[in-house]
Ligand binder design. Structure first.
Ligand code: ZN
Length: 70
């Protein structure tokens, strides 16, 4: 007897027709703005933040080790 049905991982569904909503101002986000931030004493380890274009609150941040395209 298998218990596969209880260990099934969550499935990821791509929904390009549904707009995400900002958790701060609850505006629908047709786009998310990003901005480069510099961190580190040597100018390496460039980071960026995602923010809401409506209320400009930060939704998340990340880092990358190569120049941000654009
Ligand atoms: Zn917002």
């Amino acid at each position: 007897m298998s218990t596969q049905s209880t260990t099934k991982p969550l499935s990821s569904v791509r929904r390009d027709d549904v707009q995400p909503i900002c958790p701060h101002c609850e505006a629908e986000l047709s786009e998310i703005h990003t901005r480069k931030i510099n961190r580190g004493p040597f100018g390496i380890g460039r980071g960026f933040v995602f923010f809401c274009p409506h209320c400009r609150k930060v939704l998340g941040q990340g880092t990358q080790w190569y120049p941000f395209p654009g």
